[in-house]
Write a protein that binds this ligand. Structure first.
Ligand code: ATP
Length: 357
């Protein structure tokens, strides 16, 4: 397998008539990296992918593959493989013919076609299904056939647009790991479009979070989770979602939709407080903040607890299962690492907290 492209998007803008759907998007993607474009419906993910593929022309900005501008190149000249949400396999053709299709346009001998189709199908675990038609295999197998068809030309770049969304939850998790394993094995640069934060975090080396055509943050899953750049990223990344409150930071803590003492030096003034559900600990009586249990939702290995704070407001906490608090009162403590502070515009602020806040 050859080396995957390094891709650069420089100040990309896309308008459809008067509507600006992409605003000044710049990203660099390293060779062999898997980057996820993550955001809610309509934020411009597919538009970005189509620009990279050459299916759309940018209104402004440039796209470079390995340092060379590709804006003048037709999609077919860009050396990319694409897999869409609807796999778009040809229903009247066998999986073999579907996978072989991109090679048919080239002058390649039948023996060579056979060798290459067999090799890529084996790689994806569908080698024994090649004589079947798409309707005669499962959704997961169709998805692998679509991937095989995208990979057969050994493209420099793989573009995946919600490729897993037609699969049921269990196969989806399995398909995620398979695609990631294959991508790492082949070292193929990949851009994945998804609105599923779990999928993005699980699969990507780096994630670009988008909103309304604008990049919000670009970083590793770890960075997005532990240092979200703003309130949008904080609430979009993480499951169950972060507890987010509006209010005012004062010397002793936070006053607003919840009132919490937070020891340490806080950014003063109005803003938002974010508390990750997994950053809340239940402690022994009298050793934390008193709270009333409003709801307990068992999630298997964990339990989602909703305590109402005695000072007002409530929060969601994710606790290990099997240690359910008994009675309707608990004492909770917040882990400073799971606390996030934002200014009134929702931008991240840093604070130095005393341990055991
Ligand atoms: P989804 O997850 O729903 O596919 P997305 O993030 O991929 O969303 P895009 O498909 O890139 O979003 O669309 C971005 C915005 O551009 C949307 O508001 C959409 O309505 C608009 N848009 C997309 N294509 C066109 C078009 N051809 N003409 C006008 N507006 C368009």
């Amino acid at each position: 397998m050859k080396r995957g492209y390094a891709v650069e998007l420089q100040g990309l803008e896309k308008r459809f008539g008067p509507v600006r759907v992409l605003k000044d998007l710049s990203l660099e993607i390293r060779s062999g990296e898997l980057v996820a474009l993550l955001g809610p419906s309509g934020c411009g993910k597919t538009t970005t992918l189509f620009l990279i593929a050459g299916l759309y022309r940018p209104t402004a900005g440039r796209i470079l593959f390995d340092g060379r501008p590709v804006d003048h190149l037709h999609p077919r000249e860009r050396d990319i493989g694409m897999v869409f949400q609807s796999y778009a396999l040809y229903p009247h053709m066998t999986l073999f013919e579907n996978i072989a299709f991109p090679l048919r346009l080239k002058r390649i001998t039948e023996a060579e076609v056979r060798t290459r189709v067999t090799r890529v199908a084996e790689l994806l675990g569908i080698g024994n299904l090649l004589s079947r038609r798409p309707t005669e295999v499962s959704g997961g197998q169709q998805q692998r056939a679509a991937l095989a068809r995208a990979l057969i030309k050994e493209p420099g770049l793989l573009l995946l647009d919600e490729p897993l969304s037609n699969l049921d939850a269990r196969i989806r998790i399995q398909a995620r790991s398979e695609i990631r394993r294959l991508q790492l094995e082949l070292g193929i640069t990949t851009v994945l479009v998804t609105h599923d934060q779990g999928e993005a975090l699980a699969m990507a080396d780096r994630v670009a979070v988008m909103r309304d055509g604008e990049l919000q943050q670009y970083g590793s899953p770890e960075e997005l989770y532990s240092r979200p750049a703003n309130v949008f990223v904080a609430s979009f990344v993480g499951d169950p979602p972060i507890n987010l409150y509006r209010g005012r930071f004062v010397a002793a803590g936070f006053e607003g939709e919840v009132r919490l003492p937070i020891p340490g030096s806080l950014p003063a003034g109005e803003g938002y407080l974010g508390i990750r559900p997994e950053a809340v600990e239940v402690v022994a009586e009298g050793e934390g903040l008193p709270a009333q249990i409003l709801l307990q939702e068992p999630l298997g290995r964990e339990v989602l607890l909703t305590p109402g704070l005695e000072g007002g407001g409530q929060l969601k906490c994710l606790l290990p299962g099997g240690r359910l608090p008994t009675g309707d009162r608990v004492w909770i403590r917040l882990n400073p690492q799971g606390l996030h502070f934002f200014d009134r515009e929702g931008r991240r602020r840093d604070a130095s907290l005393a341990p055991g806040a």
